[in-house]
Design a binder for this molecule. Structure first.
Ligand SMILES: C[S@@+](CC[C@H](N)C(=O)[O-])C[C@H]1O[C@@H](n2cnc3c(N)ncnc32)[C@H](O)[C@@H]1O
Length: 212
C-alpha cells in the first residue's frame, strides 16, 4: 500500500531546490544585470572614440609621434604667450608645451581623453616637471566653437578635409602676430613661414601677418 503524507518523500531534493524556476530566474537576472552593465560601460568608454567618425569631418584620435612633437616645438622655438592644441588627444603636446613654459590649453571632444590629460597634468605637476604658473588646462569642447583670438600659438594635428574650414576660422579669429603649427596636413592656401621635418611628421608654421 502506498504511503500518503510522507514528508521525507515529498521534500524537494537539493538539486530540485536550486533548479527551481524562481532560483533560475534569479540567476538569470544577475547574469542579465552583469552583462547589461558591462555592455553599457563598454559603450560609454568606446562611444567617444567612435562618434567622431560620424561627424561631417572625421577627426580620429591619432596621437602625435615623438618626432612630430619635437618638430612642433622646433617650429615654435623662441615663441611665448598662450598656446592651444585643437583636438588635444591624450594631452601630449599641451603637456610638452607646459614643461617648456607655455601657458597651454587643450581642447578635446572626448571626455575620457580630457580626464586622462588632466590626471597626467596633475602627475607631472606633482613630480615638479610643470611649474604652477604653467599648469595646463584641458577643456571638453568642440574645436569649431572655441574662440582662438586670445591665443598666440595654435597647434593643430587635423585631417586634410578640415583644413580649408579651419583656414577660414583662423582668418576670422586669429590675433595679429599669432602663429599656427599644422602637423601632417598643411593649410591649403596660406604660405608657411617655415617647414620642419618630412613625411608624416612634417610641421608647417604659419604667421598671421604672412597670410596670402
Ligand atoms: C589626430 S588627434 C590629435 C591628438 C593630439 N593633438 C596629438 O597631436 O597627439 C585629433 C584629436 O581631435 C579630437 N577631436 C575630433 N573632433 C574634435 C572636435 N570637433 N573638437 C575637439 N576635438 C576633436 C579627437 O578626439 C582626437 O583626440
Amino acid at each position: 500500500m502506498e504511503m500518503v503524507g510522507n514528508s521525507a518523500a515529498n521534500k524537494p531534493t537539493e538539486f530540485e531546490q536550486y533548479s527551481s524556476p524562481s532560483s533560475k530566474s534569479f540567476v538569470g537576472y544577475i547574469f542579465a544585470g552583469v552583462t547589461g552593465g558591462a555592455a553599457v560601460a563598454l559603450t560609454a568608454v568606446c562611444a567617444p572614440f567612435i562618434l567622431p567618425a560620424l561627424r561631417r569631418v572625421c577627426l580620429p584620435y591619432v596621437p602625435a609621434t615623438t618626432t612630430q612633437v619635437n618638430n612642433v616645438f622646433q617650429a615654435l622655438k623662441g615663441r611665448t604667450g598662450p598656446l592651444v592644441d585643437l583636438g588635444s588627444g591624450d594631452g601630449r603636446i599641451v603637456l610638452f608645451a607646459a614643461r617648456k613654459g607655455f601657458k597651454a590649453k587643450g581642447v578635446e571632444l572626448n571626455p575620457w581623453l580630457v580626464l586622462y590629460s588632466r590626471l597626467h597634468a596633475y602627475r607631472e605637476y606633482k613630480k615638479g616637471r610643470i611649474l604652477e604658473q604653467c599648469y595646463p588646462r584641458f577643456h571638453r569642447c568642440d574645436l569649431w566653437k572655441f574662440h582662438l583670438h586670445p591665443y598666440a600659438n595654435i597647434v593643430i594635428f587635423g585631417v586634410q578635409e578640415m583644413m580649408a574650414d579651419l583656414e577660414e576660422k583662423l582668418k576670422e579669429e586669429l590675433a595679429e602676430g599669432a602663429v599656427v603649427a599644422a602637423c601632417r596636413f598643411p593649410l591649403p592656401n596660406w604660405i608657411p613661414t617655415s617647414t620642419i621635418g618630412s613625411g608624416i611628421d612634417t610641421v608647417w608654421l604659419y604667421k598671421k601677418n604672412a597670410l596670402l
